[in-house]
Design a protein around this ligand. Structure first.
Ligand SMILES: Nc1ncnc2c1ncn2[C@@H]1O[C@H](COP(=O)(O)OP(=O)(O)OP(=O)(O)O)[C@@H](O)[C@H]1O
Length: 221
């Protein structure tokens, strides 16, 4: 089953051409790593998949739908680039941040408060962050905040997980913990994963597809 289907997709910011006639399929259970030089269009591609940007030519479908129309967003867990730097002075606890990740599932599936807390603690425990649930997010280290953001992306049990530079600033312990969780979710739940990274692609144990953004194209390595 195709989770992502991109056909002849061209995207430019006003007069900056970024993606040129890109074709790419991501199937259920794929674990894909996307690399490429600064400015090669990796984040732009993710934003197209999330429906934040609309291509000028060609098509992108996520779960068989146009992502701009938003129908697929409920099935996607997303951690943007630099998400931790936005948290430094945000006056909320880890639990409160986690709660904001459940707004859509609550609305769709009529979650109770008790179910929410269970989901939140389950996701924090998976990332070994449960003891920090009452801490203010800004008190946590960069690597710890990144783990919370990943737990937040996973708590609603997404079918597609998209991470933009998830390992930036992480120590080896956090990195290992993150990669183990991703590998396990991919193997056990067939979670489809797309990761953009400048890090060592070999860290992502279990990843099976290696893609590179280059001169407007997405190459399979
Ligand atoms: N909002 C914007 N308006 C105009 N140009 C943009 C905008 N966002 C990105 N660009 C340009 O589009 C190109 C691709 O940017 P993008 O952020 O997709 O690259 P990237 O591969 O994710 O880079 P990095 O590795 O540095 O994160 C760059 O030349 C960038 O300057």
């Amino acid at each position: 089953m195709k989770i992502v289907s991109i056909k002849d997709l061209t995207f430019r910011y006003v007069d900056v051409p970024v993606l040129k006639k890109v074709n790419l399929d991501i199937r259920q259970g794929d674990y894909a790593i996307l690399t490429g030089e600064n400015g090669s269009g990796k984040s732009t591609l993710l934003k197209v998949l999330l429906g934040e940007l609309s291509p000028q030519q060609g098509t992108a479908e996520v779960f068989g739908k146009d992502p701009v129309r938003g129908f697929a967003r409920i099935k996607i867990g997303y951690v943007p680039q630099n998400s931790i730097y936005r948290n430094q002075s945000f006056p909320a606890t880890v639990e409160e941040i986690m709660m904001t990740g459940l707004y859509q599932p609550i609305w769709r599936r009529k979650f109770s408060g008790k179910m929410c807390r269970k989901q939140i603690m389950h996701a924090l425990t998976e990332l070994e962050m449960e003891e920090f649930s009452k801490h203010r997010i800004g008190e946590l280290s960069g690597g710890q905040q990144q783990r919370v953001m990943l737990a937040r992306a996973l708590e609603g049990n997404p079918e597609l997980l998209i991470l933009d530079e998830p390992t930036a600033g992480m120590d080896t312990v956090s990195l290992k913990s993150l990669c183990q969780v991703l590998d396990r979710r991919n193997r056990e739940q067939k979670l489809t994963i797309i990761i953009v990274t400048h890090g060592n692609t070999g860290d992502f144990v279990g990843a099976g597809r290696f893609l590179k953004a280059e001169e407007g194209r997405i190459l399979e390595l």
